[in-house]
Design a protein around this ligand. Sequence first.
Ligand code: ADP
Length: 370
Amino acid sequence: MMKKATAQLFKPDLARRQALFTSIVEASQYAIISKDLNGMITSWNQSAERILGYAESEVIGKHISLIIPTSNSGTEDAIISSILKGKKDSHFNTILKTKSGKEIDVSLAISPIYNSEKKIIGVSEILQDISDQVAMERKIMNTNRALQRSNIYKDELIGILAHELRTPLTSLKLSLELAIADTSGRDALLIKAKLHSDRLAQMLEELLDVAQLQAGRLEIHCKRVNVHEFVTNAIEAVQRTHPSHKIIYAAASPIWVEADALRMEQVVMNLLTNAIKYSPGKNEVVVEVDVAGKSVEIRVKDFGLGIPDMDQKKIWMRFYRVAAHKLCIKGLGVGLHLCRQLILAHKGSIWVESQEDKGSTFYVRLPCLK
Ligand code: ADP
């Protein structure tokens, strides 16, 4: 019985063979499309309808560019010309556009269609939607990149800890050892030890902030605040510990913003300590606060070393330091990175104008409250 059915299946009956092929094509889970050498669609199976959204009646006789995104418009000519040059079949991944306009990733196999005289009369395309697979691959790639980035970050951090924290820690240890051994100069040594421990504490604070930023956990708590309040607090704190420079403050009447006062104080303190640190031999820095349109503008100006043009964009990057400054001035290279992230979190902007050996002005803008 079985043998008879199989024999019937292979009977050289054209109509029967055609019906068989049609049913295979229609039942296929792959989209199977054919087109003539002008790119006009000549057949379209059910999976093509499922994957690409168009019914057969909507596409027969239409140009294949219907499903090709404009960014890929060259592919059609390339396919036809490679088939005409005798390429038997090719297989590649590309992007197609569905009826709803969505772009999908597909794996595509292309072969020539011959007539009874063995002349090429068209092209068949068998395709499969691989969007989920491609999305998964992208996700894995992004995770790998994030892992690589966090490894680089970890290495940078270890480098910084080894170099920058070791120096004040060694000095602190030395001052304390000397103070224990030499009672006569103890007071001066303890004051020195206190300065080193302050520096260490400040570095640790900065590194903790950067770590929190990296983990997306740096929070700000905004409320209505007068700009003069946090600017004055910052100036007083920095002036106490940096008597080498006079901080000159010029301000307009009260200006209200929605901000995290402590974080803003941290930003101004950072800019001020930098202004003093990078202007050795000078004795003044200037802070100005003004209204600029719908924003408040805070300017911190020094007359020091300045920043070479090529470095002005890079100083906002984590751990970046101007090469010439590294040689003579200590720092972690994270302060400006933190300032920028904090200002962005306040929907503000921060930038610098600077000239080498003339000085720098750092600008901060925050949206004003009405
Ligand atoms: P740090 O001062 O700890 O190195 P920052 O992130 O605060 O780190 O600054 C990054 C770099 O930008 C500094 O190393 C320095 O080269 C440069 N810089 C910052 N402020 C100034 C300034 N006022 N004048 C000149 N250079 C500055």
